[in-house]
Design a protein around this ligand. Structure first.
Ligand SMILES: [Zn+2]
Length: 379
């Protein structure tokens, strides 16, 4: 049972960590609630040894700029980037510390297809779509593997993070692109390369380079190998790099999955610590320029976690209306919430709420899926 410190409401759907209800986030004046929201995030980030806000090196002579994501950190001596990946040492003054195009903080593993990927309900690895150009079989690709490329670091600060091990960044997770590319290339049963995390935004040049190195090896050896590349992200990345990822996904039969956590910016700031403006802009840009190019194989999708008490059917309505205005055919997944990280006190999304969200989403979009449905007892 949590309490909202602004309206004194007590409810099991109010987070004990966030201590503010959805109604107050949306309706109270921002200058009144903002200090509270940021102090919640600051305290948690301090425990994780992450900076409270993106460093801007205002008074320093050394200014190392990173423009990979919305946070646009400018780092000086001893600064740590918002994502936690880049740590400027005393003797560094000319270039950004790792990760780089050639070295990335990554943990990779092979996963049999079809995987539990959010998009397996429409992608070539899980369905009959894309055969023969982008798929080995006319049906789920049993016997093949996905290389799950878990990238450390995140450009958001979600209180409900379900992959929070990405925050435990260690030096030994730094891998060389050439070695990794050879390793993935050599296993001919790998037909998918999926970047996720954390979120890939903080390491976009590395992931693009890794994908291209493997694609080039396949091409240079004259092979006709199926090798799809996907990115699963929060969407807050640099526009040019985001577009580069889309071009790779497009030509390989892969896709781009956006986590649209909320539509309301204040709600995004409360739950995820960062604005969703860049995310929505990037989603719109890719949908307008790339969705519908391939016949019967969606180039991108979106998903939303139904955080009980916060991301309710009203929020789903706003998100799906936004997607509908771009294209009603964009696949959309609703994910059932389970407590994790700082929101372990919140229950699984109530069944009635999940069904209501599903109904609302279907009102606007043609392709809607319910993910994590086993949490509700559905098969
Ligand atoms: Zn309240």
């Amino acid at each position: 049972m949590g309490t909202c410190i602004f309206c004194n409401k007590k409810d099991r759907l109010i987070s004990q960590v966030l201590q503010i209800c959805r109604a107050c986030i949306l309706n109270k004046e921002w200058p009144i609630i903002k200090p509270h929201i940021f102090s919640v995030h600051n305290q948690i980030r301090q425990q994780e040894l992450l900076p409270k806000k993106p460093p801007k090196a205002e008074k320093s002579e050394i200014k190392l700029k990173c423009n990979l994501c919305i946070n646009e950190c400018v780092l000086s001596k001893n600064d740590i980037s918002y994502c936690g990946l880049r740590n400027v040492q005393k003797n560094q003054s000319s270039e950004l510390p790792f990760p780089s195009k050639t070295k990335g903080y990554i943990h990779g593993y092979v996963d049999p297809n079809p995987t539990n990927c959010c998009n397996s309900w429409f992608c070539p690895a899980g369905t009959s779509r894309g055969y023969p150009e982008y798929s080995v079989t006319k049906g789920p690709e049993y016997g093949t593997y996905s290389y799950a490329a878990f990238l450390y670091g995140c450009t958001y600060d979600c209180l409900f993070c379900q992959n929070w091990s990405h925050k435990k960044i260690r030096r030994q997770h730094l891998h060389d692109v050439d070695i990794l590319a050879s390793l993935i290339y050599k296993n001919k049963n790998i037909t998918c390369l999926c970047f996720f995390g954390g979120t890939p935004e903080a390491q976009l040049p590395f992931s693009i380079n890794l994908a291209n190195e493997i694609i080039n090896k396949i091409k240079n050896n004259g092979e006709k190998r199926i090798f799809r590349v996907c990115w699963e992200w929060n969407g807050s990345g640099n526009r040019d790099l985001v577009e580069e990822c889309m071009k790779i996904a497009l030509k390989t039969g892969g896709n781009i999955k956006f986590d649209l956590k909320s539509f309301n910016e204040k709600l995004n700031l409360a739950l995820c610590g960062v604005s969703n403006k860049r995310t929505l802009d990037n989603f719109k840009f890719l949908a307008e320029n790339y969705f519908g190019i391939r016949k019967d194989l969606p180039e991108m999708s979106a998903c939303t976690l139904m955080v009980p008490g916060y991301v309710n059917y009203e929020e789903i309505e706003k998100i799906t209306e936004f997607i509908k205005d771009l294209n009603i055919k964009i696949p959309y997944s609703l994910l059932v919430f389970h407590g994790d990280y700082q929101m372990r006190d919140l229950p699984i999304t109530p069944k009635e709420e999940a069904l209501k969200c599903l109904e609302v989403a279907k009102k606007y979009l043609q392709h809607v899926n319910l993910g994590n449905r086993f949490l509700l007892g559905f098969s």
